[in-house]
Ligand binder design. Sequence first.
Ligand SMILES: [Zn+2]
Length: 346
Amino acid sequence: MIAALAKADFVDHEAPQAEWRLVHRVADAAMGRVAAVVARALEAAVVTQRVAERLRQDPDGAVAGVALEPMAAALMQLVWPPLEAVYRRAGDIVTRNLGRHPMQKARLGTKTRPRLGFGFDITNPSAQEWAEQQSARLVRDVTDETRDAIRGIVGDAFRNQLPPVKLAAQLRQVIGLNRRQMDALSRKRDRWVADGLPPTQIQRLVQREHQTALRYRSMNIARTEVMNASNSGQLEAWRQARSAGLLSPKLVKQFVVTPDDRLCPVCAPLDGEQRELDRAFSFGGQNPPVHPSCRCAVGMALPKTRELTDADILSRGAADYPIANTSGTDTLARHTGPDGLTPERR
Ligand SMILES: [Zn+2]
C-alpha cells in the first residue's frame, strides 16, 4: 500500500485530463483498505433472538430484531476515517500542485504558486459540512439498504409461514447482503434443497456464496465512496484556492468520463459538461459518482464557446459573405462545392 500511496503523489501535468488521473490514483491507493473495512462493517450486524420471537405477531418487530447499530458504528469508526483521509489527500495534492497545471500557468503566470502557508484546510466550514453530511449519508445508505433486504426476507418468511427459528438461521446466513443478493442466494439455496443435496453441503455452499456476495458488495461500496471522497476533496481544494485568489475565476469544472468499455450510458452524455465551481451538474450532484461504482471525474477547464450551428450561419445571410451581392440562396449556392458540401466542411 505504501507503493500505491507514493504513486498517488505523481501527477503528470503535461498530459490531458491530469485531474482525472489524480482523482483515480488517490482513490485506487485506498480502495483495498476501504473494501476490507466495509466488509467488516457489513458483517457487524447481529441477528438477535427477537427476530424469531416477533415473526408471528409483528413482522416489523422481527425486522428490528436485527441490530444494525454495530454496523453503523463500524461504518463510522472503521470506514469513515480512511474515506476522510482520501478527501484530505486529494485536496492536499491539488493544493500542492496549484500553478503547475498547464492551463493555470498559461493564464496566470508564475505568481499563482501557492503562497507560503497556504494549504488544504479540512477545518474550513465547507469541508466540515461535507464530512458531516457524507458520513451520515454513508451510514444511512448502507444501513437502509441492509434493512430493506432484511424486510424482504422477513416478509417472505411471514407469508410462507416459515418456522421462526428457521428464519433466524437463514438470516444469519445472508446478513450484510443487499436485497438482490439475498434473493439470488435464497433462490440458489432452494434449488440445492430441491436437488436433494445433503444439508451440510448446502450449508457450505451457502457460506461460500455469502462470502463472495459480501466481498462484491464491499467492493461496490468502497469504489463509490472513495471516488466520492477523492472527487469532493479535489473540488473543495479548488474552492479554497479560488477564495485565496490562487485559481482563475474564469475556470469552470468539466465532467470527465472514463473512456473505456465500462463507460455506461448514464455517464456518456455528461462528458464535457461544464458548470461554475459551485453549481450542480445536470445529473443533480456537484461531482461524480453519478451511480454506484461510477468512475468519472471532474477537471478544470476554460468555458467552451458555443459552436456555430447551421441556423446561426443561415441567419447571418449575406452579411458574412462579402463576395456575395445577391440573395441569401445565391450566396449559399456559391459556397457549396461540386460535392454538395460547403468549403468549411470538406
Ligand atoms: Zn460515471
